[in-house]
Design a protein around this ligand. Structure first.
Ligand code: UDP
Ligand code: MG
Length: 209
């Protein structure tokens, strides 16, 4: 099934969702770069959903300020720190777009890849997930523990969860609706998306430091 073709003219063609925890240093630049990428793809038909995950720095002040001058921005504040997966889930539940991009706010996932990811979805993918070719700035320990994590995951799970992925991905409305309808409280988004199935396509990229 293709994306939901909504008759509601207020439904944006694209939502970008970013969980934000103490991102005061990168958030303004992130929103600038992400906005430019969204405009390239869908002109003005987009929203950017920023979820402040109980930050203790100025993140909330900055993102709530952005909503005053930019109608594309939606800011959500969690009352305490719940962690990346729940913050992302809160954003996904509030995203209205026909397609939804999940992306980190610290600029490790380059927003400029969006047009290419949209093209893969135009060609029929339901999910376009980022797969890391390189991981700039990550220690040998982080690389080794990541590898061990994926080995253990493959042993424990009957679902084939692709290696070296994060949650950076573009999803169809159908997949997002399915994901949001799943009752799990301890959420592991990349695993749950893999569980949904459908045409899921890897998109190789170099992760920034
Ligand atoms: N993040 C969050 N809550 C947390 C920790 C992180 O919302 O408790 C956000 C963070 O702001 C970033 C994304 O989740 O946008 C990924 O976090 P991080 O960069 O720490 O993870 P890594 O790059 O190591 O995967
Ligand atoms: Mg990061």
């Amino acid at each position: 099934m293709a994306d939901r073709t909504s008759t509601d003219p207020n439904t944006p063609r694209l939502s970008a969702v970013a969980p934000c925890y103490n991102e005061e240093e990168s958030i303004t630049e992130f929103v600038r770069r992400l906005s430019a990428a969204c405009k390239t793809c869908v002109s003005d038909s987009y929203e950017i959903v920023l979820v402040d995950d109980g930050s203790s720095d100025r993140t909330w002040e900055i993102i709530s300020g952005l909503t005053l001058t930019d109608d594309h921005i939606v800011a959500i504040k969690l009352l305490r720190n719940h962690g990346h997966q729940l913050a992302a889930s809160a954003g996904l539940s509030n995203a209205r777009g026909q397609r939804v991009l999940l992306i980190d706010a610290d600029l490790q996932d380059p927003p400029e890849l969006l047009p290419q990811m949209m093209a893969v979805m135009d060609a029929g993918a339901e999910v376009v997930y980022g797969q890391r070719r390189t991981r700039a700035g990550e220690s040998r320990l982080k690389l080794k523990t990541a590898e061990m994590f994926y080995q253990l995951l493959a042993k424990l799970s009957t679902v084939n969860i692709p290696k070296n992925t994060g949650d950076f991905r573009l999803m169809s409305r159908r997949v997002v609706d399915l994901l949001c309808s799943m009752p799990e409280r301890q959420r592991f988004i990349r695993g749950m998306v893999a569980w949904v199935g459908g045409n899921q396509v890897a998109f190789a990229y170099d992760r920034d430091a």
